[in-house]
Design a protein around this ligand. Structure first.
Ligand code: HEM
Length: 403
């Protein structure tokens, strides 16, 4: 399988992931009891850095949708600042956000999604042939990571010879989402970011000479009009990271939840048509992106809490998804929950996940195929290790048995 090398490189990286200082004392596996402590104390609690932090669904939703909050302050430049690991329009405000999001949005349209279904089904089938033969396997390296790597590589037009570097450097840069932990970490990030820049630069050259029907060819063609040369690498880095770290962890969290709630797994096995509902409940129950943040453009008051202009607010999506005022018995995992899709796992407002249709498609194919082909799937009797991050949440390794 052409994504296999990429998956192995990714996995080797995840095993050595540095522990963010912020994550000390944070329950990596089960952050939910901590969120309940926050909820009991009111709409906002100040975290150890003094930032107002909320697990309230209505508040998170309101702030994500508000045009008076953004990923950075209103008076800062809205676009690229030239920093290492720049994640493009995810961290920009309008008008730069709007322009760049519009440029890549067509790649996620319904026609394109229909075009990916075959690739996703085929990749999942090939991976399942392989794990069936082996009998026991690590879900993360042997199944969850090769799939999104294959899809995002196809979408962007990454040739096989580059997938290994693409996956390793991408994973390294992904660790920056939780903050830079040490000088060594910073040096590794810088190195990864330069190496990834080289991969992309080679590809831009290649696609300028030989355009294909892929995102990179499309960007190269738009360069100079709706995208500047400096904006190209950050945009590609965003697509790589957003398209793959999140999906790997959604698959890991989903399989873990289904294994730990065997009755729900049995329901899915009996009716794989429930896979779409399972996707929403997995995203609600154990969100792969546990939090995000916004900066206020004004002095304001939200539910009695004053928020200053330029103040950073932490929104814990994972906690909002367990808000009992929205979700009945929020700690229950129920793949037929009627309003599971009200989760905030894909955020909200103008930064709502652009890849949500693709993620939903990948996850529905995955959960449906697992239930059909491996009804006896079980966790091996070994502990799960978790990603050491406050933002990206999911297992780093999940040993499984097929029979
Ligand atoms: C943005 C989650 C899959 C591309 C986001 C945000 C979240 C998120 C929470 C917004 C963060 C914020 O508001 O600060 C997820 C989850 C996924 C997933 C949970 C899988 C289960 C994907 C995929 C792609 C993708 C497969 C693309 C291939 C993007 C992009 C943005 C984004 C481009 C930036 C949107 C903007 O700022 O306007 N995602 N994502 N995501 N995601 Fe996803």
């Amino acid at each position: 399988l052409y994504a296999d090398k990429g998956a192995r490189a990714y996995h080797a990286f995840v095993r050595r992931e540095p522990l963010s200082q912020l994550a000390y004392g944070h329950r990596l596996r089960d952050p939910y009891p901590n969120y309940e402590v926050v909820r009991a104390r009111g709409p906002f609690v100040r975290n150890r850095f003094g930032h107002p932090t909320s697990v309230d669904h209505a508040i998170c939703n309101e702030i994500l949708r508000s045009r008076r909050f953004g990923p950075r302050a209103e008076h800062e430049a809205s676009g690229p600042g030239g920093e290492e690991g720049d994640l493009s329009f995810l961290t920009y405000n309008p008008p730069d956000h709007t322009r760049l999001r519009r440029l890549v949005a067509p790649a996620f349209g319904p026609r394109q999604m229909r075009g990916y279904r075959g690739l996703i089904e085929q990749t999942v089938d090939d991976l399942l042939d392989d794990v069936e033969e082996r009998g026991s396997f690590d879900l993360v390296s042997g199944f969850a990571s090769p799939l999104p790597i294959a899809v995002i590589s196809r979408m962007m037009g990454i040739p096989d010879s580059e997938t290994e570097g693409f996956a390793t450097y991408g994973a390294a840069i992904g660790t920056a989402l939780s903050g830079v932990t040490s000088l060594r970490h910073a040096a590794r990030l810088m190195q990864a970011s330069r190496a990834l820049t080289d991969v992309f630069t080679r590809l831009f050259e290649l696609r300028r000479r030989e355009p294909h029907d892929d995102v990179i060819s499309h960007l190269v063609a738009a360069q100079g009009e709706s995208i500047t040369p400096e904006e190209m690498v950050p945009l590609c880095t965003l697509l790589l990271l957003a398209g793959f770290e999140t999906t790997v962890n959604a698959i890991g969290n989903g399989v873990l939840a289904l294994m730990e709630h065997r009755d729900q797994w049995e329901r899915l096995v009996a009716d794989p048509g429930l896979a779409g509902g399972a996707v929403e409940e997995v995203l609600r129950f154990d969100a792969p992106v546990q939090g995000t943040s916004r900066v206020s453009f004004d002095d304001t008051v939200i539910r009695g809490t004053p928020i200053g202009r330029d103040e950073l607010v932490q929104l814990r999506i994972g906690g909002a998804n367990r808000d009992p005022t929205v979700f009945d018995q929020p700690d229950r995992f129920d793949i037929t929950r009627p309003n599971a899709a009200e989760h905030l796992a894909f955020s909200g407002g103008i930064h709502y996940c652009l890849g949500a249709p693709l993620a939903r498609l990948e996850l529905a194919v995955v959960f449906g195929a697992l239930a059909r082909r491996l009804p006896q799937l079980r966790r091996a009797d070994r502990p799960v290790r978790y990603r050491r991050s406050l933002v990206i949440h999911g297992p780093a390794a999940l040993p499984m048995r097929v029979r």
